[in-house]
Design a binder for this molecule. Structure first.
Ligand code: HQG
Length: 179
C-alpha cells in the first residue's frame, strides 16, 4: 500500500537517517516539509508527492507516528539518531505497559528496560497497544506492567510520545512485573 510505504520511508528519514535526506532537524525533531518533499522528489516513486499526501497519510494511519504543523513535520517517537530529541516531560499514569519477547525477559530482569537502539524506552498506555508492540518481536509476546508513578516518584523521567506511546529513560527492574 502506498501510504504504508510512504509512512515507512518518512519514519526512516525522521527517526533514523535525516542526513540521507539532507534534512535540517531541530532539537524537537521538526524538519521543514519542503526539505522532506525535495528529498522524496529525487526518487521516481515519490516524484509526485505533495504536502496534502503527507497529511492524508498521517490522518489515515492507525498509529499516530508523525505530526505536521506550520510547514514542518516530525516523528512523535522512535528516534535513533545521535542528536537526542527533546521530549516533553510528563507525569505518567500509575501503570504503563510494555510488550516484549519471551527471549528478552531474562536480560530485562537483570538489566531493566533499556532504550536499546532508540533514544528512549517505549511504553504503552494500554494492554492492547503493548500486545501489538510485543507481536513485532514474538508471536506469544509477554506483557510487562511498569509501576510508572512509583518510578516517577523516585526520579525516573517520563515523556509524552502520543496518546498511546509513552517514552522514558532506563527503567530498573524493581518497577517491572510480569502480567
Ligand atoms: C527490548 C514501534 C533485552 C524491548 C512500536 C524491545 C513502539 C531489552 C526491544 C516503538 C532490554 C527493542 C518501539 C534488555 C529492552 N535486554 N532486551 N535489558 N530492554 N529490551 O523496536 O518498544 O510501528 O526498539 O523489550 O509499536 O518494541 O515503528 O522497541 O522488545 O511504539 O511506529 O528491546 O516502535 O512503533 O525493540 O518499539 P524496539 P519497542 P512503529
Amino acid at each position: 500500500m502506498k501510504d504504508m510505504d510512504l509512512s515507512r520511508e518518512i519514519s526512516y528519514a525522521l527517526r533514523h537517517a535525516p542526513w540521507e535526506y539532507e534534512l535540517e532537524m531541530d532539537e524537537e525533531g521538526w524538519v521543514p516539509v519542503e526539505q522532506l518533499l525535495d528529498a522524496l522528489h529525487r526518487t521516481v516513486k515519490w516524484s509526485n508527492i505533495c504536502e496534502a499526501d503527507l497529511k492524508e497519510m498521517i490522518e489515515k494511519s492507525e498509529k499516530k507516528r508523525h505530526e505536521l504543523a506550520d510547514g514542518r513535520i516530525r516523528a512523535f517517537y522512535g528516534h535513533s539518531i545521535p542528536m537526542k530529541i527533546l521530549k516533553e516531560e510528563k507525569v505518567p499514569p500509575d501503570v504503563l505497559y510494555h510488550g516484549t519477547a519471551r527471549r528478552f525477559l531474562e536480560s530485562i530482569n537483570e538489566n531493566g528496560l533499556l532504550p536499546q537502539s532508540r533514544q528512549y524506552v517505549h511504553l504503552s498506555q494500554d494492554i492492547e497497544t503493548a500486545e501489538n508492540v510485543g507481536m513485532r518481536h514474538d508471536d506469544k509476546p509477554c506483557i510487562l506492567i511498569i509501576d510508572a508513578k512509583m518510578a516517577w516518584n523516585d526520579g525516573i523521567k517520563f515523556y509524552f510520545g502520543n496518546e498511546k506511546v509513552w517514552l522514558a529513560d532506563k527503567i530498573p527492574s524493581r518497577y517491572i512485573r510480569k502480567m
